[in-house]
Structure formats: structure tokens, C-alpha cells
Design a protein around this ligand. Structure first.
Ligand SMILES: Nc1ncnc2c1ncn2[C@@H]1O[C@H](COP(=O)(O)OP(=O)(O)OP(=O)(O)O)[C@@H](O)[C@H]1O
Ligand SMILES: [Mg+2]
Length: 260
């Protein structure tokens, strides 16, 4: 199972990615959590000890490794390099593991023009498409906010997108764009998760605003989120309304993937 968590900025993508990764690991899955956001903070949302993540060098910044694997000089444009570099050993080599979750930090992808294919991106893309998949292995990708990264194809190679939405028009608008881009990338499954939902009115707003979407569930607004952030703990570990919702969302995801 390879799922990318997408959506507008600040809606709760990273918190959800961490909750899914930790719950899957608890059920005995081999989980790789990929932080694909240049502003990396999935390690903190997973509650990984700071000393474990402090020294991680993002893959995109490993100039020598990128050069070795692609045969190109990092940052070079227009030269020849391998589009399908060998990456199979990288998760084992570069990931850090805690509570059964392997965390991989991608780091910033080169922006350049739309769809820029520079050597760094070739390695990162190859890695997301390669990662997995034996039975009971899961990859959860925590994506950068918005849609710009998708036009560079970083979400390619996943089986499903989960798009996180708040009860508001702007995040719904982003979700529609993501749905359309997913179709362009050949990804058929796009599921939604409501986030910071304060009650029935919010639920109704979301289901009405997104009649096209299949909701895995809705995460209630939970004051424990701030505490989790302050104490560097995973929200799913704190008792509160979000915790139960995350469990239901995982059930739904597994059953839709035929893995329940
Ligand atoms: N269910 C919730 N209830 C209340 N606050 C929440 C909830 N989920 C997440 N938050 C809070 O919302 C903020 C953004 O969450 P998070 O970092 O998961 O979002 P994001 O979509 O990954 O953001 P970014 O686009 O910056 O990567 C955080 O302060 C987090 O604690
Ligand atoms: Mg995030």
C-alpha cells in the first residue's frame, strides 16, 4: 500500500500521515514514512526523539550520492544522466527507525520549470516508485502543501491519494485541483479526509461541497493537537476525539485497499 497525503497548507496532512504510519506499524505492518515536504516535520509529528532526526541529511541534498547514482553532477541541467537510477538500497541505508516506522527525508526537490527533471528529482522519483511492496508493507508519503510539486510528478507511483480538507472553501478548491492532477498522473483512487471538524455543520459542509469525494472519515478539531506539537508527540498517541477518528480512518483505508 502506497499512499500520498496531499492537500492545502496547514490542514493536517503531516498529523494524519504520522497517525496512519504509527497505527499501521502497531498492527505489524512494515512502514516507511516518507517526508516529501522541503519544510520537513514528519519526524516531529511521529514523536521521533529529536536526537534521532537531528542529523538526517535529506536525500535531495546528498550531492555525491545523487551524482554516483545518476552519473551527473548535482544541479546540472541539460546534461546526460540516468533517469532510472538504482535506489533499492537507499531506504535501508538512509532511513531512521523508531516504533517500527522507518522515516525517510527527501528534502527539497528542485523547482525549475514545470516538470523539471534534474538528477536529484530523478533519484527521488525513482525512490517513490520503487519503494515497497511486499505483503504488509506500507509507504505513507507526507507531501508538500498545494499542487505545484505534483506537476513535477512527485506523487507518481503511489496507489492512492488521500486529500485532507478543512471545512472551508479554499481547501476544497485545492482538493478539486488535486483530484484532476491525480487523474492526469494515472492515479485512480483519491480519497478525502475531513480535518479540524467542529461538528455536524462542518461535516455537512464538506460532504456537500465535495459530492465527488469518498470520505475515509473526519477528524474532529482536537485541542490536544497543540499539546502534541508542544510536547513533540504524535496526536494519535494522545487521548482525545482525534484518536478514535484516526482508528476509523485506517480501518476504512484498509478495507478500501482490500487489506482489511
Ligand atoms: N484534528 C486537529 N485538531 C486541531 N488541530 C489540528 C488537528 N490536526 C492538526 N492540527 C494542527 O494544525 C496544524 C497543522 O497541522 P499539520 O502540520 O499536520 O498540517 P499540514 O497540512 O501538514 O501543514 P503544512 O502544509 O504546513 O505541511 C498543526 O498546528 C496541528 O497541530
Ligand atoms: Mg505538513
Amino acid at each position: 500500500m502506497k499512499v500520498a497525503i496531499t492537500g492545502k497548507g496547514g490542514v493536517g496532512k503531516t498529523t494524519l500521515a504520522a497517525a496512519l504510519a504509527l497505527q499501521l506499524a502497531e498492527r505489524g505492518w512494515q512502514v516507511t514514512a516518507v517526508d516529501a515536504d522541503p519544510d520537513a516535520n514528519l519526524g516531529a509529528a511521529l514523536g521521533f526523539p529529536p536526537e534521532l532526526v537531528r542529523d538526517i541529511v535529506p536525500l535531495g541534498a546528498m550531492r555525491e550520492l545523487v551524482a554516483e547514482r545518476t552519473g551527473a553532477q548535482p544541479g546540472s541541467m541539460g546534461g546526460y544522466f540516468k533517469l532510472n537510477p538504482l535506489v533499492e538500497d537507499l531506504p535501508e541505508k538512509l532511513g531512521v527507525v523508531h516504533r517500527g516506522v522507518r522515516l525517510l527525508v527527501m528534502g527539497g526537490l528542485k523547482k525549475g520549470g514545470t516538470g523539471c527533471i534534474c538528477p536529484e528529482n530523478a533519484v527521488l522519483r525513482a525512490l517513490t516508485s520503487h519503494l515497497v511492496l511486499r505483503a504488509h508493507e506500507a509507504v505513507i508519503l507526507d507531501m508538500e502543501a498545494g499542487i505545484e510539486h505534483m506537476t513535477r510528478g512527485t506523487g507518481r507511483g503511489v496507489d492512492a491519494f488521500v486529500v485532507v480538507v478543512e471545512p472551508g472553501g479554499r481547501s476544497v478548491g485545492t482538493a478539486e485541483t488535486i483530484r484532476d492532477l491525480a487523474a492526469d498522473l494515472g492515479i485512480e483512487k483519491v480519497w478525502a479526509v475531513g480535518s479540524k471538524v467542529r461538528g455536524e455543520e462542518d461535516r455537512e459542509f464538506l460532504t456537500q461541497a465535495m459530492p465527488w469525494a469518498e470520505f475515509l472519515g473526519m477528524v474532529p478539531y482536537d485541542p490536544a493537537a497543540m499539546e502534541a506539537d508542544r510536547e513533540r508527540r504524535a496526536l494519535v498517541d494522545l487521548p482525545g476525539p482525534a484518536q478514535a477518528a484516526y482508528a476509523e480512518i485506517l480501518e476504512r483505508l484498509l478495507s478500501l485497499q482490500g487489506k482489511g
